[in-house]
Structure formats: C-alpha cells, structure tokens
Ligand binder design. Sequence first.
Ligand code: GLV
Length: 303
Amino acid sequence: MALLLHSTPERREIWGRVFAEAGELFFATEAEVTDPEEVTHIACWIPPNDLSRYPNLSAVIGVGAGTDHMPPLPEGVALSRTVAPGIEAMVRDWVVLAVLALHRDLPLYLDQATRGEWVTHKTRLARTRRVGIMGMGRIGTLVAQTLGAMDFEVLGWSRAAKAIDGVETFGGDDLDGFLSRSDILVGLLPLTDDTRGILDDRLFARLPRGAGLVQAGRGAQMDMEALRRALNGGQLLAAMLDVTDPEPLPPDHWAWADPRVIVTPHIGAQTDAEEGAQHALAVIRAGREGAPLPGLVDRARGY
Ligand code: GLV
C-alpha cells in the first residue's frame, strides 16, 4: 500500500514527514513511483491523466472540501474529500466576516470612504437579523452555532431537514418558507445537479426585499446576471462572494467595480498540509481495517 501525492511542492515536504512518521509508504511525485502496482491511494486536487497506470488504486483523496471538479474515476475506485477541522474553521471565519460585513453595512461605508463621506446610517442589533444558511453539513452547522452565539436568529435549509439546537431548520421542499425569512442568505451548498444555478432570479425574488447574500458554495450555483438584476432592482442590497462564475473573475467584470459587491478570490479555506496528510492517513488505515472511509463521497448524491 502506498500513497502518491499529486500536488504542489510545498505540500510534498510536510506530507513526506507525516507519512514517514506514520511508517506508511509515500511517493511525492509520479516520477518517484518505480512500481505503479504499489500505489493504492492518490491524493490530489485533480488526479493524474492516466489512472490506468495504477492497477491497484483503491481510492482518490481530494485535498479540498469539495470534489465537484473531479473527473469520473475508474470503476471500483472510491473518492474521499478531505474532512479537516481547519477547513471548517476557515470557512466559518470567512462566512462570519461576510455576514458581519453585510449586517453592519460595510459595502456602503467602504463606498462612502472612497469619497471621504462621514455619513452614518441606522444600526441594527444582531438579534433582529435573520440569517438563513443553505447547506447544513459540518460547515453550515458550525457557522449556525457561531452566528447563534452572536445573537443572530439562525435558520438552516438542507436537502433533508436536520435537528440542530437553537436553529430553525427546513427541509428540501420548504425552500420558500426558509427564503422568505432570510434577511441574509448564506450559500454553503455543495455543487450537484440539484444546486447548479440554484441562486437565480426566482430564488432572489423569494427573499425579503433588501436582503443580503453571502456566497461561499460554488460559483456555478449562481447566475451572476441574476445577482446584478436583483441588486439593480433593490431586491438585494449587497453581496459578499468568495466563489464566482467564472473563476477567476475577469478583471473587467462588473462585480469588481460594483460598490454593493465584495469579492474575494475563493480563499474561504485552504487545506492545511498537515491536516490534509492526517486525513489521507485516516483513509488508508480505514481501508486496511475495512472500516468506512472518512469523507467518502457518494457519487450518485454528488458530495
Ligand atoms: C475549496 O473550495 C475546497 O473545496 O476545499
């Protein structure tokens, strides 16, 4: 059993050390592989082109939280996505930053600042603001708990409704009820056939007028032109986006220049190399013991 890392040079050193300490066989690059039959696991963002080179491959381990960009894998090869507390904490930090930015009118004040305008607007208490989180997996739940502890009224929507203390949760078919009460909507969904393009004119129209949008899911979930229409029509007041369509967002894209929109270049989370390597070790050990693989992706479901 051996793991092949197909990733950046900076990660190789840390992964090499973690695997050496664990006594597990590790190849830092494809060039290092002398016997391809030894390779049972490949860790990567995108796998090497020719996986048929590795006849004993049992799992591909995506080094990020999402695996929607992965090509189809050969029959019988499992896919695992990295489950790491650091990823969850980083995305939580970014979402809290964004929710607070919209709650406290940061886009408006940043715009005023470009003109040196000292103008104040009415401030609202967090407990009067309802934050609706779309996607109540591990990250959505952590975000909900954090925002709840900051006094926001938190609602959560997911395919199958979940019971979470202090959070009003909604299931798949009650999307409209959820949207109608989300003053700030937070997108934390995985990209699947069901969520592609979900943030569209129809969805924005169901939010309370003047709502805010925080999007940290995937760029392909939102029609950027629908966002523009919702902003221009006053249905949305402001948006903070960490994912866009396309990525990278071209320098002349309207969203960069629009004072109602704050864009960050998909930096919500970057997997810590040590944590990524530990996740990969856990996958290898689970496979050896016949235990469920951590982060196993259900390819039919899409995440
Ligand atoms: C980043 O978007 C990731 O999936 O880790």
